[in-house]
Every structure is written in C-alpha cells, then in structure tokens.
Design a protein around this ligand. Sequence first.
Ligand SMILES: [Zn+2]
Ligand SMILES: [Zn+2]
Length: 221
Amino acid sequence: MAQTDQTLRYTKHGWKMIREGERGVFDLDEPEWIDDNKFDRCQTCNSNFSLFVRRHHCRRCGKLLCGKCCHSKVELWRMGFMDPQLVCNTCVSISQVEKELYSVADMFSKGALLMIEENDRSFGHVSKFYFDINTGVIEYENKPMSISTASDITCRMTKDPISGKSILFSLSFRAIHDVDEVKLKLSVSAPEVENKKESMDWLSGLRLAFSILGKTVAISS
Ligand SMILES: [Zn+2]
Ligand SMILES: [Zn+2]
C-alpha cells in the first residue's frame, strides 16, 4: 500500500504531523476559534466570565467555554497534533472514539484474513484484507477501493448462547469500484479463518472507521 509522507512542524497551537500531498480521509481541520469578545458567558453552562471564571477555547469545536466545561486534554490525532489538546466535555467522548481508531492503525495495515463475498459470490478461499487509515482505501485480491464512498453498511454479530461472546462477525457494504457498484460481505465465520479473534477485531475497527466517517452502521444480530 502507498506510504504517505508526513512532516513534523511547529504551528501556533503546537507540534503537528502534517501530511504532504493528498488530504487523508480522516484529517480534520482545526476549528475557527469563537472570538473572545463575542460572548460574556460560557457557551455551555452560561456562567459569566470574570477574573475567576476564565475563557477557554475547545481545540476541537472552537467554542468559548469556562474551565468547568473545558478542562480535559486529549489526543486530537485527526488534526495531526502530537500532544494532548484542551477539549470541552462534549468533545472528550468523540475524541476518545477517534483515538481508538488510530490505536488500531497498525493492525489495519497488517491486514486480516477474511472470507469475502463479492456481489453474492464467494472467492472460495480466505483473502487478506488491508485498510489504509490515511487514504481510506481497503484492498483485497489486489483490488483497491475507497470506503469514503461506501453506503448500505450493515454489521451482523452472532453471540455464543453460553458465553455471550460474539462468535461470528460480518460486515457488508456497497462500494464504488471503477464504475461498477460492488457489494461486499466480509466475514470471520468460515472455518478457514483460523484466528477469528484477530479478524473480528479488524472488522470491528473497520466498522468504527465507517462510523467516524459519519456513515450509519446498521447493526443486526
Ligand atoms: Zn461552562
Ligand atoms: Zn468542543
């Protein structure tokens, strides 16, 4: 898979890893900060700003907030920041989900063995599946395609009735590949998939990637 060149640069809000060339699908621009003089109250809790209630800006949404509503520091890897940044209480949870995606980036690039059905036709063998977190491109059987155009995403999980743990996992979606629409079903259920746990984690990661891109993942069991 293609490697993207990145450079470390010092910006007004701290050290950032800047991607050269094409913009990554998960890249997020820094928000415009709300002007200090625009509000004299916190945009969330309405507390009056004063000498004791200082103004803070959330680095993820740019809102003007008090210290109670904006005090946590989290990684904002989608913006390329190297160090944790100040974010508001609302942005903390979103940022943590996004952080999860980046923590599995290595796992994505190593790929996973999955059983694939392409347009309801199975290849008849397990295939290695890769996902590039920078380009948003998945690749199998030497066919690369972008997940940013994917739609009709469904995730199915079957639970073991005794342990309650997920035992089968499949994810299907419609992608645009060349001019034809391709419907893919990726599954770990076949006996040929030896390390089911690893492949299942990989699929969960892909599901997370879809949801971060704002694509609704319909879940059925
Ligand atoms: Zn507040
Ligand atoms: Zn925020």
